[in-house]
Design a protein around this ligand. Structure first.
Ligand SMILES: Cc1cc2nc3c(=O)[nH]c(=O)nc-3n(C[C@H](O)[C@H](O)[C@H](O)COP(=O)(O)OP(=O)(O)OC[C@H]3O[C@@H](n4cnc5c(N)ncnc54)[C@H](O)[C@@H]3O)c2cc1C
Ligand SMILES: NC(=O)c1ccc[n+]([C@@H]2O[C@H](COP(=O)([O-])OP(=O)(O)OC[C@H]3O[C@@H](n4cnc5c(N)ncnc54)[C@H](O)[C@@H]3O)[C@@H](O)[C@H]2O)c1
Length: 466
């Protein structure tokens, strides 16, 4: 007889686990939510929120430096590093406290403070010695920074997203290893806060950008703010209390190194090998993205732990799908998943939406280096590429690196989700002068490329500056 029994046990009280627990309980299950610390979600403590707070400070510094182009003189811009980081932590702590409060609001008998490990598909052992028996288990253990071997020897000189926001002051110089989402966001923010930054990546492509033209614009913009070393294998060592990075016969020293080389799922030590699930060479089971079920077991996996779509709104959705299906098992309900949507909060933002274009897709481009509103605001850089399916010009995806891309991404994701065509979208009013207006050229290009052309009653001229 197990010490604790329930209908659904949820391992991990992050965004995915909390959503899973809520939905399982809403559907009538007796739940247990198991976490070693209940410290608050990754998003609030060491992820989305502190990174966006640092970016907000960087935006302010950049704006102050740029103000001269408008004839507004601010004098020398001085960055108070400790004050920047204090504000990041103060606001971060409030967000984190709010997530902890929501956990503490749960009925006490639901919370189990311990680290869990499977002993079979439906039984767990906790690190305090207790055992749990459940009808179904949801894995929502998140992901953790992967620090390649040589960087682990650097001790405090090597930072990850779990430690960088705890610095007392900004470093004078920073090597960033890995030009994925975390690396790009934090490298640009640090550079704008006056830190000398060099970014290294083994790959030639930053953040897995799909479109070569969008990537070229991103690379050019980033190279103006930091030293970029792509397609290289940086090797670290400690030198006089600083970090030395060697690459391709060159070397440079930095105050600190930020390691942002990926965040693999937390499945090590979870005992998945005891569940009967077939596991791949990374120790991962097969997961159905429409039910979140692992194989055909009463086990579900949601959020970063399944390595599918490691962003917040998906963690939340996947938790809810897993929560409902863990209760319904074995009568699972399939969910339509949302359109793929990822934003990297660089400036301008980098946005990836929907599907990549295949050979039959029609592509429309919008150049933001010469776009009216972007020029007004002195932020004219980058481009947008929209993808549509023949024959009707239905929008299927987009890659954007341009001002306002985070907001325009929401407009486009709606259009893609609703299966709207380029012609339909052109039928909507576009206010002048806006960044959205810049998309009209791309939409017209698609309309011209498909048998159904630009609606006949449309003026194809442009107001000034578009
Ligand atoms: C720096 C950074 C910036 C980001 N910015 C954004 C952004 O701007 N927008 C966006 O959409 N996404 C962003 N993300 C991604 C987003 O934060 C994640 O996708 C999301 O937080 C994942 O939630 P989760 O519930 O899967 O994991 P988590 O919130 O990490 O929760 C996992 C929980 O599992 C627990 N756990 C682990 N192992 C066990 C065990 N054996 N037993 C019990 N409990 C266990 C942990 O203690 C933890 O509480 C960012 C991530 C990072 C790192
Ligand atoms: N705005 C957002 O939504 C947001 C922000 C931050 C993080 N996240 C999530 O966090 C996850 C993890 O982000 P990440 O940036 O750590 O990982 P990532 O997988 O996006 O990028 C890792 C990068 O590191 C490079 N790399 C790996 N090993 C290396 C080495 N030894 N030397 C040099 N380069 C190396 C890879 O080539 C890759 O470009 C992302 O998948 C993302 O979904 C989201």
């Amino acid at each position: 007889m197990a010490d604790l029994t329930c209908d659904v046990a949820i391992i991990g009280a992050g965004t995915a686990g909390l959503a899973a627990e809520r939905n399982a309980r809403k559907h009538g299950a007796k739940t247990l939510l198991i976490d070693p610390s209940f410290a608050g979600t990754t998003c609030a403590t060491v992820g989305c929120m502190p990174s966006k707070l640092l970016i907000a400070a960087a935006r302010s510094a950049h704006g102050a430096r740029q103000s001269g182009v408008f004839g507004v003189e601010t004098g020398e811009v001085r960055i108070d590093g400790p004050a920047v980081l204090r504000r990041v932590r103060e606001h971060r702590d409030r967000f984190a406290q709010a997530t902890r409060d929501s956990i503490m609001d749960l009925p006490e008998e639901i919370r189990v403070q311990a680290r869990a490990r499977f002993t079979s598909a439906t039984t767990l052992t906790l690190d305090d010695g207790r055992t749990v028996a459940a009808n179904a288990v949801i894995i929502a253990t998140g992901s953790s920074p992967m620090v390649p071997g040589p960087f682990t020897d650097l001790g405090d000189l090597a930072l990850t997203n779990e430690t960088v926001f705890e610095l007392d002051d900004l470093p004078d110089s920073l090597a960033v290893i890995g030009g994925g989402v975390i690396g790009l966001e934090l490298a640009q923010a640090m550079a704008r806060l006056g830190v000398r930054v060099a970014l290294f990546d083994q790959q030639e492509t930053l953040a897995q950008v799909r479109c070569a033209k969008v990537h070229a614009a991103l690379q050019e913009a980033m190279a103006q703010e930091m030293d970029l070393h792509l397609g290289t294998d940086p090797q670290p060592s400690e030198q006089d209390g600083r970090v030395r990075i060697d690459w391709e016969g060159q070397s440079e020293t930095f105050d600190k190194v930020l390691v942002s080389t990926g965040r693999p799922p937390n499945v090590q030590g979870l005992g998945l090998e005891t569940t009967g699930l077939a596991l791949d060479d990374k120790g991962m089971p097969e997961i159905d993205p429409e039910t979140m079920q692992c194989g055909d077991a009463p086990i579900f996996m949601a959020g970063d732990s399944n390595a599918g779509r490691p962003v917040l709104h998906e963690a939340s959705d996947e938790g809810a799908i897993a929560g409902r299906n863990a209760v319904a098992y074995p009568a699972l309900v399939r969910s339509d998943r949302k359109v793929n949507f990822a934003i990297t909060f660089t400036e301008p933002p980098l946005v990836m939406l929907g599907d990549s274009p295949d050979d039959s897709a029609k592509i429309g481009s919008a150049d933001y280096t010469d776009q009216g509103r972007a020029k007004v605001d002195a932020e004219n850089t980058g481009l947008a590429r929209l993808y549509a399916a023949a024959p009707d010009g239905r929008l299927i995806g987009a890659d954007l690196f341009c001002p306002g891309a985070d907001h325009m991404g929401h407009l486009l994701v709606l259009a893609i989700g609703q299966k709207i065509t380029a012609g339909d979208l052109l039928d909507m009013p576009f206010y002048h002068p806006t960044l959205e207006e810049g998309l009209k050229g791309a939409l017209r290009e698609i309309c011209h490329a498909v048998p159904l052309n630009v609606p006949g009653d449309h003026d194809t001229g442009n107001p000034p500056g578009v």
